[in-house]
Design a protein around this ligand. Structure first.
Ligand SMILES: NC(=O)c1ccc[n+]([C@@H]2O[C@H](COP(=O)([O-])OP(=O)(O)OC[C@H]3O[C@@H](n4cnc5c(N)ncnc54)[C@H](OP(=O)(O)O)[C@@H]3O)[C@@H](O)[C@H]2O)c1
Length: 234
């Protein structure tokens, strides 16, 4: 990949590119032309309008048959994952299937396909021992992805995501309004705009890693997401 304004090099894929963070991430990747090849891998195509038309490759896969789509994960340097659903939308079993099993399977395929650096969007409070399903599953998927054995694995743990969500989620909307106000006093504690998360995901691949696995909590995401890219890439 290109750092500091050089020609784009290398390749990356994005899982969850039709979602709020995923779209922000794709926009960031395409606008900055850091990678020669950017692919959205998802269950449907992304609608980013004209801005994405030329630069983006799209691969549609059936996540229930991911093992039949190994070719889709071949030959990427970096994999970004913003995949996820909610318990309200998919039920408890469906949530586990998407947020843990799909992510872990995709990570395995990516590693087998040569991916060196996997960047996972997890959640603040992720903990495999939590009594809350959401936080437990996030902790479990973090462990599974780490165990895949990438050269580098970066895990981001954002707090409440601030965005103009396309899908109607009333409870989340109320939380966003509340934490949007709180952010005026405590800007990095309880929430983070999706654009900041997206910028942090990109920034972390431009920086040399601090060890094989790096976990970025909400405050670190804010710091990284507002920084300009540094020289020196992987
Ligand atoms: N909301 C928050 O405040 C918050 C806070 C911290 C962390 N997180 C986590 O951050 C991640 C990204 O959140 P987000 O709000 O940006 O995501 P989002 O807008 O809900 O988008 C999720 C992505 O996952 C895909 N997806 C969902 N169910 C799927 C399925 N059954 N099969 C295949 N793909 C599926 C969606 O595809 P379609 O467009 O086709 O549905 C979409 O691309 C999630 O893991 C979430 O748990 C969220």
């Amino acid at each position: 990949m290109a750092a500091g304004g050089g020609a784009p090099r290398g390749s990356c894929f994005v899982l969850g590119a039709t979602g709020e963070t995923g779209r922000a991430l794709l926009r960031e990747l395409l606008a900055r032309r850091l990678f020669a090849r950017v692919t959205a891998i998802g269950r449907r195509k992304v609608d980013l309008g004209a801005e994405s038309a030329a630069a983006l490759e799209e691969v549609v896969v059936d996540f229930e048959r991911l093992d039949e789509h190994a070719a889709a994960f071949q030959g990427y340097d970096v994999g970004f994952c913003c995949l996820g659903t909610t318990r309200a939308k998919a039920g408890a079993a469906g949530f586990i299937r998407v947020d843990r099993d799909y992510v872990a399977q995709a990570a395995e395929l990516a590693r087998a396909g040569g991916c060196k650096h996997f960047v996972l969007q997890s959640s603040q409070g992720a903990n495999e021992h939590s009594s809350f399903l959401y936080l437990r599953v996030k902790g479990e998927v973090e462990n599974l992805v780490q165990a895949v054995g990438f050269d580098r694995c970066t895990i981001l743990r954002p707090a409440v995501l601030l965005c103009a969500r396309q899908e109607s989620r009333p409870a989340e909307w109320v939380a966003q309004q509340f934490f949007g106000l709180v952010a005026r006093v405590f800007p990095t504690a309880y929430s983070v705009p999706v654009k900041t998360v997206a910028r942090a995901m990109v920034a972390c691949v431009l920086k040399p890693g601090k060890g094989k696995v790096e976990v970025l909590e909400n405050k670190a995401i804010h710091q990284l997401g507002k920084e300009e890219p540094q020289q020196g890439a992987e």
